[in-house]
Write a protein that binds this ligand. Structure first.
Ligand SMILES: Nc1ncnc2c1ncn2[C@@H]1O[C@H](COP(=O)(O)OP(=O)(O)OP(=O)(O)O)[C@@H](O)[C@H]1O
Ligand SMILES: [Mg+2]
Length: 176
């Protein structure tokens, strides 16, 4: 369990988590309103080099942020927020399944409880954020991606890039 005493500390945890991601991961964020889920996503986005401002896809359900060109297979951060989701078909309809768990994406989901069927059988990283008694946030992670382990600030090793394959989904958010 990690304790975060500020918005900035939670963002830093997101950045550290991002440094471990290679593509294909599905990060499920559990926690009540205001627990800091979106804040963690902002840190992840920063860690992945995304310059666009991250806004919660409360109404759009899903935002796709392209990463700056790298040698990695990872090409986009997919941010899903199911808070206003009525049924999982809504996510299917916007093509979420084309992204979730694909090697070219990292998917991070707020309120994953509401899309359990879409996640069934998929390996996920579970992170829970809870309000502590003095305003701090208690953050726990399900597996080796533990936020407790300090990550050296060294660049990750690039994975071989396959020049024959271009990931070019249509749902990508146009830069604003
Ligand atoms: N340690 C902390 N970590 C993260 N946010 C904090 C912390 N302490 C205070 N805050 C504040 O709590 C709020 C967290 O908001 P955030 O949008 O990240 O929550 P959320 O879990 O995404 O909520 P929602 O379920 O509504 O989407 C922000 O206003 C932030 O400034
Ligand atoms: Mg949020």
């Amino acid at each position: 369990m990690s304790v975060s005493n500020s918005e900035q500390e939670t963002k830093t945890m997101g950045k550290k988590l991002a440094a471990r991601l290679r593509g294909g991961e599905i990060v499920c964020l559990y926690g009540e309103l205001g627990a800091g889920k979106t804040t963690l996503v902002k840190g992840m986005a920063e860690g992945l080099g995304i310059k666009e401002e991250i806004t919660s896809p409360t109404f759009t359900l899903m935002n796709v942020y392209r990463l700056p060109a790298t040698a990695y297979q990872l090409q986009a951060l997919v941010h899903i927020d199911t808070y206003r989701l009525k049924n999982e078909q809504e996510l299917r309809a916007i093509g979420a399944e084309d992204y979730i768990g694909k090697l070219e994406t990292v998917t991070v989901i707020e309120w994953p409880e509401k899309m359990e069927n879409l996640l069934k059988g998929k390996k996920t990283i579970k992170i829970t954020l809870e309000h502590g008694e003095n305003g701090e946030r208690k953050i726990t992670s399900s597996n080796n991606y533990s936020l407790l382990i300090p990550v050296a600030d060294t660049p990750v090793q690039p994975v071989p890039h396959n020049p024959d394959y271009t990931y070019n989904p249509s749902h990508t958010q146009s830069p604003s």
